[in-house]
Design a protein around this ligand. Sequence first.
Ligand code: ADP
Ligand code: MG
Length: 696
Amino acid sequence: MRPEILFPFFCPVESLSGIGEKTAILCSKLCGSNVVDLLFHMPAGFIDRRLKTKIAKAPLNEVVTVEVVVDCHYPPATRKSPYKVLCHDDTGQISVVFFHVYGNYPQQALPIGKKCVISGKIEQFGALNKQKQMTHPDYIVPESEVYKIPAIECVYPLTAGLSGKLLNKAIRAGIEKTPLLPEWQDPAMTKREGWQDFKTALKIIHCPENEKDLKETPLAKQRLAYDELLANQLALALVRNNMRRLGGRRICGNGQIRQSVLKMLPFALTNAQIRVLKEINKDMDSPLRMLRLVQGDVGSGKTLVALFAMLNAVESGAQAALMVPTDILANQHFNFIQKTVNPAGVQVVLLTGRDKGKKREEILKQIASGQAQIVIGTHALFSQDVVFKDLALTVVDEQHKFGVHQRLSLSEKGKSADMLVMTATPIPRTLTLTYYGDMETSRIDELPAGRKPITTRVLPTTRIDETASALKRKIEEGNQIYWVCPLVEESEKIDLAAAQERFDHLNRLFPGRVGLVHGKMKSVEKEDVMKKFSISELDILVATTVIEVGVDVPNATVMVIEHAERFGLAQLHQLRGRVGRGEKESTCLLLYANPLKQTAQARLSIMRETQDGFKIAEQDLILRGAGEVLGTRQSGLQEFKIADLSTDQNLLKMARNDAKYIMNIDPCLVSERGKALRLLLHLFRKEDAVKLLNAG
Ligand code: ADP
Ligand code: MG
């Protein structure tokens, strides 16, 4: 499946000379286990070893390279003292110093009477005789092997146990081993931008030899970033073409169910909801398959938009499915939707991973017979044995946990089903293009009328007791409170203990009125607590971030976030959106622990200043980088290795246009350039997209 010319790029790192199993494991931890992963691991800076000088003239504490003659060895007198080797050139003397010497390394590296070249930093000791010394030179080679010292050495992000020297060597070996590839970029573009070819660009970045190379590094990096972005955009375009090719169908209900549901709602739809529904209905009415992304701020009423789209399908006699990431959310949506559409006679079922045996079979039967008109579920909807009678619309809620790959496999379920994706939070435009470039987008850019703004306060944790007693008044006034503690995988145990401790603390103050939910609890237990909170049997809900997505308790008006400095902006915004949903004034308290880093401080200020999710998302991208905005780092979705979305927006625009152009003139990638572009897709691991090509 992978073209033969690319085999050297996908060899295991171990196949490179001088790279053993141990190093290979470290490499795969750092960047990946294939040669190509090393090539796309970008250096963060350089060490310049070009300064070849004499001992007397060498600047101190800078990296230099000097040729010396070895005079004599002074093995350490005690175990703690260093091993010294005295050397000279025609300008002076220098000691080469080693600590913790094993075996006879110094004798081997620096034989007495021989000329050697050493590279490292020279320091000077002693007030009187100004002894010069080089401790643990980076390189020691015999005079005849001076070529082994790289003139300019790259500095890479590393992982514990892997030395920069070894990584440099591995990457250079990787470049040596990989062949020249045919050019996939438009020659007019490379000429206009002054870009080198792919291999030259790699060489300039990883093995710069002179001033000219160093000057050209930014251009080389740009070329590779463009390669990466084009691969991304092209893959999305192929996914899009493929989904479109599978064909759609016209769905246009008569509006009767929607009318009756609308009449029973205690409010009217917002203008933004109406506008977005119009866009959706138009797509559904078209014979082409709908691929639409709906973005809306927290609380903008995305669920209702999804529901009306599903009812459109139901009215035309077909089924609709709503897929959400967690059991809690599935339950919540099920309860709301069931309550809302049952009076209109619409049948709704819930399917989660927890349904087993008889119960599951019964649900599957209802789905297969078409009796279930709306199906709500988690990933369980993916299973082989879930077969719909006539699925016309799939809605994916809080979608950022589902990548292109999942979108494809979901679209297999209903061969021509329309697809609607709802994001949990607003996403900056750049990210929309790179992650959802295969879809049309709609924005619900208006909150329902009457929402009171949320007062946000930023306080140090030292004022936690004060905060707790302020809650007393709030509770007496009939308000409910969320109290969020952070939970990250790396420090899971400590975090869990902290959440438990906070629960105990608050439970002492408000006995029996406090609940605790965290990710390690069983779903049933979690739901039980959530339920108690939603029917006001509990006043305070202490939670790790499990309540992050979706829960809706309008009577909750206070959100306390402990260690707010540890949360990302999107998360903070999402959490804050849990309050301010009812008639009453709401408050968000962001408690932080000192010392507060600059970016954390910036995040908290932004939170205090604005409630506009789209603005917050743009800031988040600038402050944190793309991977984290979407939470992709955790979910293992692709992130860019070379391109930096906070700065490469122009390149992205170019790549997007380029991909569109390519799809127009050569949709199957069969031209000369098309064939080369297939290589590009493989290099950036877009096999899924290439597979679509071969199928079509
Ligand atoms: P989100 O976009 O965050 O998923 P939801 O769909 O959960 O938002 O809606 C948030 C709350 O707003 C819910 O309680 C919902 O019933 C309510 N809501 C939705 N649309 C409107 C509207 N047009 N007017 C008033 N309230 C609305
Ligand atoms: Mg929602």
